[in-house]
Design a protein around this ligand. Structure first.
Ligand code: BTN
Length: 243
C-alpha cells in the first residue's frame, strides 16, 4: 500500500484519478491536510478547516462487473464504523447508503466515484475501471457552520478527546482492507448482514426523492427496500430523509 500525504489538494478524489491515470496501483491512498474543492455526494461541497478532519481517498481497482461495485459503498461504511470504534471508542450507526452517524448527527461522509477506461483501452493493471473511495471523518471540529450545526458532529464533540488523524487512518485502512477482502471472497451477504446490525435507517419512515415508506430491509444487492402499505419499492440511489 502506498500512502501519499499532501498539504493541499483540490479534492483527494481528483488526485486519486490523476494517480490512477499514471498507473498507480490498487490501494494507493491520498491523505490531505486541506481540500480547496472537497466534494460531497450529489454535487455538494465538502468543506473542512485545515487540521480538523481525516480527508482521504483510496484507489480501488475493483473485481467483478460494475453492477457489483455497490458493495464497495457498504464496505466503506462498515470500515468507517469500525475505525471510529477502534480509534475513538465511538459506536456509529449507518444511514443508507453510507452516511455514518453518532446519535442522529453525521460524523463522516463517504463518496464513491468511478471511471471506466475509454472503449478498447485496458486499465493500467489490465483491470476494467477505477473507484475512488473518498472518506471524510470529522475529528477536531468544536463548532460547525450554522447550516450544518444541527446535523453534524465530530470525534471531539462526542468524546472530548483529540484523536490523531494518522491513528484514525491506520484503523480505517485496516478495516477497509478486511471488509473488502470479505466482499471479494464471500460476496455481499456478510457485508449486508453487518450493515443491517449497524443500520440506523431500518424501521424508520423515510422519503427518498419523493418515494415514501418504512425502510424494512437491505436487498441482496444493497438496494434499500421501502414498504408503503401493500407496495414495496427498491431504492438503488438517492438521499434518505427521515420523516
Ligand atoms: C458526503 O456528501 O457525505 C460525502 C463526503 C465525502 C468527503 C470526502 S473528504 C475526502 C474525499 N475527497 C473529496 O473531495 N470528498 C471525499
Amino acid at each position: 500500500m502506498t500512502i501519499v500525504h499532501l498539504p493541499r489538494v483540490d479534492s483527494t478524489q481528483s488526485t486519486i484519478f490523476d494517480l490512477a491515470a499514471q498507473g498507480a496501483s490498487d490501494r494507493t491512498v491520498v491523505v490531505a491536510d486541506y481540500q480547496a474543492a472537497g466534494r460531497g455526494r450529489r454535487g455538494r461541497a465538502w468543506d473542512a478547516a485545515p487540521g480538523t478532519s481525516l480527508l482521504t481517498s483510496i484507489l480501488v481497482r475493483p473485481r467483478g462487473t460494475p453492477e457489483r461495485w455497490g458493495g464497495y459503498s457498504l464496505v466503506s461504511a462498515l470500515a468507517v464504523a469500525d475505525a471510529l470504534a477502534r480509534a475513538a471508542s465511538l459506536s456509529a450507526r449507518l444511514k443508507w447508503p453510507n452516511d455514518v452517524l453518532v446519535g442522529d448527527r453525521k460524523i463522516a461522509g463517504i463518496l464513491l466515484e468511478s471511471r471506466m477506461p475509454a472503449a478498447g483501452v485496458a486499465g493500467p493493471a489490465g483491470g476494467p475501471g477505477v473507484i475512488a473511495v473518498g472518506i471524510g471523518i470529522n475529528l477536531g471540529q468544536r463548532e460547525f457552520p450554522a447550516s450544518l450545526a444541527a446535523r453534524a458532529t465530530s470525534v471531539l464533540r462526542e468524546t472530548e478527546r483529540i484523536v490523531d488523524r494518522d491513528a484514525m487512518l491506520t484503523a480505517l485502512l485496516e478495516a477497509f482492507d478486511g471488509w473488502r477482502a470479505c466482499l471479494e471472497r464471500d460476496g455481499l451477504a456478510p457485508i449486508r448482514a453487518r450493515w443491517l446490525v449497524l443500520a440506523d435507517t431500518i424501521g424508520r419512515r423515510v422519503s427518498v426523492d419523493g418515494i415514501t415508506g418504512v425502510a424494512v430491509d437491505l436487498d441482496v444487492d444493497g438496494a434499500l427496500v421501502l414498504q408503503d402499505g401493500e407496495r414495496r419499492h427498491r431504492i438503488v440511489a438517492g438521499e434518505v430523509g427521515v420523516l
